[in-house]
Design a protein around this ligand. Structure first.
Ligand code: TYD
Length: 205
C-alpha cells in the first residue's frame, strides 16, 4: 500500500512524519521522500537552488521520481510493504504549474502525460492545508524572508493542491493542519491503519 503526504512548505509535514514513525512502528512501514536521497535528488536540489529554467527543473523532479519509483517504491510494494512517502507526484502537479505558467500552454496536462505509463498511483494521499500566513510563520526563521516573499506562490500551490483533491476525492484526505499536531498525527495514523486492515485479504473462515 502506498500512502503519500502532501502540503505546502510550512504545513507541518516534517513534524507529522516523525510522529507517524512512532505511531505506526508496529506496521513496519518504509518511510521515503521526494526529492530523494540519490544523486538524482541532489541534482534536483541544485537545479532549484541555482534557479535553472522551469522545464529543466520539472524534468529533473520527474527524473528523481522515476528513480524513486524504480529503486524504492516498486520493490517495496512488490514485497507487500506499507510505503509512506513525504511528497510524491502531486508535489509536481501542485508546484510546477506555478513556475511553468506562461512557459507551456497546459503545464498540468504536460506533467500528467510525463508520469503516464510508469508512475504508481498512491492508494491514499493526505493533504495538509492551512492559511498561508500560518504556513509562512512556521517556516525556518533563517529562510523566512525568502519564503515570505514567496507567500503568493505558496497560495497558488495550495490552490492547485485543493483542485487536485477536488478532482480525486476518493484518494485525497484533506486535513486541517491548524489542529493540534498530535491530533493530526493520530487521525492520519488511524486512517492509515484502517486502510491497511481493509486492504489485507481476510483469512478464510
Ligand atoms: P524539500 O527541500 O524536501 O522541502 P520540504 O521539507 O518542504 O518537503 O522540498 C523541496 C522543495 O521542492 C519544496 O519547496 C517543494 C518543491 N517540490 C517541487 O516543486 N516539485 C516536486 O515535485 C517536489 C517533490 C518538491
Amino acid at each position: 500500500m502506498l500512502i503519500t503526504i502532501e502540503g505546502i512548505d510550512g504545513s507541518g509535514k516534517s513534524t507529522l512524519l516523525s510522529r507517524l514513525r512512532e505511531l505506526l512502528a508496529g506496521l513496519d512501514p518504509l518511510f521515503t521522500r521526494e526529492p530523494g536521497a540519490t544523486w538524482v535528488g541532489d541534482s534536483v536540489r541544485r537545479a532549484v537552488a541555482e534557479r535553472m529554467d522551469p522545464i529543466t527543473e520539472a524534468l529533473l523532479f520527474c527524473a528523481d521520481h522515476a528513480a524513486h519509483v524504480d529503486t524504492v517504491i516498486r520493490p517495496a510494494l512488490d514485497e507487500g510493504k506499507l510505503v509512506i512517502s513525504d511528497r510524491y507526484a502531486d508535489s509536481r502537479f501542485a508546484y510546477q504549474p506555478v513556475v511553468l505558467d506562461g512557459v507551456l500552454p497546459d503545464p498540468l496536462l504536460w506533467l500528467r502525460r510525463i508520469h503516464e505509463g510508469w508512475s504508481i498511483r498512491p492508494d491514499r494521499t493526505f493533504l495538509l492545508v492551512l492559511p498561508i500566513k500560518d504556513a509562512v510563520s512556521r517556516l525556518d526563521p533563517e529562510k523566512k524572508r525568502e519564503y515570505f516573499e514567496n507567500a503568493g506562490i505558496l497560495a497558488r500551490v495550495q490552490e492547485n493542491y485543493l483542485d487536485l483533491a477536488a478532482t480525486d476525492p476518493a484518494r485525497f484526505v484533506v486535513v486541517d493542519a491548524l489542529l493540534q499536531k498530535e491530533e493530526v498525527a493520530r487521525f492520519i495514523a488511524d486512517e492509515i491503519r484502517t486502510n491497511v486492515r481493509s486492504s489485507r485479504p481476510r483469512p478464510r473462515a
